[in-house]
Design a protein around this ligand. Sequence first.
Ligand code: PCA
Length: 204
Amino acid sequence: MTRTVLVTGFEPFGGDATNSSWEVAREVARTWEGPGVLVPERLPVTFAGAPLALREAITRVRPAVVLCLGLAAGTDRVRLERVAINLADARIPDNDGAQPVDEPVDPAGPAARFTTLPVKATLARAAERGLPLTSSLSAGSYVCNAVMYHALGLLPGAPVGFAHVPELRAEEDVADFAACVREALATALELGTADSRLIGGAIA
Ligand code: PCA
């Protein structure tokens, strides 16, 4: 059976003309050589619309792996997010003009959901290849965090996760960031949700 991979990116927000997450999602789709079929989807930057669009895409595509991408300005590496929290606290209005303050993403949901991607194994492989990939312990409290939280609730048991990508500055950035995303997808397709027990973590 052909396995399908769903990679989402976002439309622009906050007055920007483009969103690097959609540029990278498109680049990954353009260069995908398998295994399986990769479907890119562009999500709205809205607390109300993004979860609906994601749910619709998951129902239509029936993916084996889901990786959602979003822009994190001011970073220089792709960040595999480990935790989505049940908190919507928006510093700026979303593209609908909605600006939730200290609300739950899902009033009936758990406090947090952890990525089911094999993050440590992916980081080890990326480091061997010199790719600009790292991990992060918070996807924030804006639309990206909400999408990650919903994605993990929609496909329990499958490898599902989120990566923040930097802005595109240099010409090679889109190819480098797409290579990070491909590494995460290839690792998930190979290992499923079974991560390697590698030392890592962060000391605050
Ligand atoms: N980044 C925002 C939302 C959309 C995007 O690309 C975030 O980090 O929440």
